[in-house]
Ligand binder design. Structure first.
Ligand SMILES: NC(=O)c1ccc[n+]([C@@H]2O[C@H](COP(=O)([O-])OP(=O)(O)OC[C@H]3O[C@@H](n4cnc5c(N)ncnc54)[C@H](O)[C@@H]3O)[C@@H](O)[C@H]2O)c1
Length: 253
């Protein structure tokens, strides 16, 4: 139980990879707030069945909206009394269409930026004051292996995740003196249940991803959990501002 007594918020925790993050954090003893624009009650109920009703809760919220981020932080503090861990996982990814840069509407571009980078900024803005007051915190921003390579017809997404990496580095410089570590976990192409529903992504990415890896197989959400828990535990207390690529050896970041 490496996270016993810790409280975590997981944005985008109701589905896809985020659901696995919620279960992994709870299995290590953390209290988990499942926060998502989708309903996370089922995930919270599954966790509660294993680790007790008081170990988890869920809230529907939109990470791109400041008032809703503030409300999420307030509810988490009311429910659990503190926030030790923030996993900035919510993003517009699985349903996102691949488009040439010349075909991306400004509205879609702004939506991707609003969720994928304004979202993590808003969550840090409203969570960090509570971590600073307690002189402790672990913030894990979920980036992407696409940033190191650049991929075509996905410039909205790749740009937003590049910003996540830069945001991590900048913010780590401000929060380090308060005992807060801020790192990026960068998955490779991962077979999440939500991602698999986008057949265009699967056709364009799956085979090539395996071919580019040193370890030649598909990546699953379970492959990310050891690194996630490491970044949330005291084992990584002297690491901040870093990108940890978990991609079977595709990128050397
Ligand atoms: N699956 C991959 O291949 C892969 C690779 C690299 C990085 N990632 C990143 O990992 C994370 C999870 O990816 P996934 O595969 O589970 O895809 P996903 O698209 O299912 O995950 C995104 C989650 O965020 C939630 N969400 C979307 N908009 C939101 C909003 N406005 N407010 C709150 N929540 C919102 C979704 O409901 C979903 O639960 C994302 O940050 C994604 O960019 C995924």
């Amino acid at each position: 139980m490496r996270l016993a007594g810790r409280t975590a918020i997981v944005t985008g925790g109701a589905k896809g990879i985020g659901k696995h993050y919620c279960h992994a954090l709870a299995a290590e003893g953390a209290e988990v707030m499942v926060a998502d624009i989708a309903d996370g009650r089922e995930v919270a109920a599954e966790i509660a069945a294993k680790t007790g009703r008081n170990s988890t809760d869920s809230m529907i919220f939109d990470v791109s909206d400041e008032a809703q981020c503030k409300a999420l932080v307030a509810k988490t503090l009311e429910r659990f009394g503190k926030i030790d861990i923030l996993i900035n996982n919510a993003a517009l990814y699985a349903p996102l269409p691949t488009l040439k840069v010349t075909d991306i509407d400004v509205e879609l571009w702004n939506q991707v930026m609003g969720i994928n980078i304004r979202g993590p900024f808003l969550m840090v803005k409203h969570t960090a004051p509570h971590m600073i007051a307690r002189k402790y915190g672990k913030i894990v921003n979920i980036g992407s292996g696409t940033v190191a390579r650049g991929i075509p017809e996905f410039s909205h997404y790749v740009t937003s995740k590049g910003a996540v990496t830069a945001f991590t580095r900048a913010v780590s410089r401000e929060l380090g003196e308060h005992g807060i570590c801020v790192n990026t976990l960068a998955p490779g192409y991962t077979l999440s249940d939500t991602g698999l529903t986008n057949t265009v992504h699967v056709e364009k990415s799956r085979a090539g991803a395996i071919q580019r890896r040193a370890i030649k197989r598909d990546e699953y959400p379970e492959d990310l959990l050891g690194t996630l828990i490491f970044l949330c535990s005291k084992d990584s207390d002297f690491m901040t501002g870093q990108v940890l690529a978990v991609d079977g050896g595709t990128n050397n970041t």
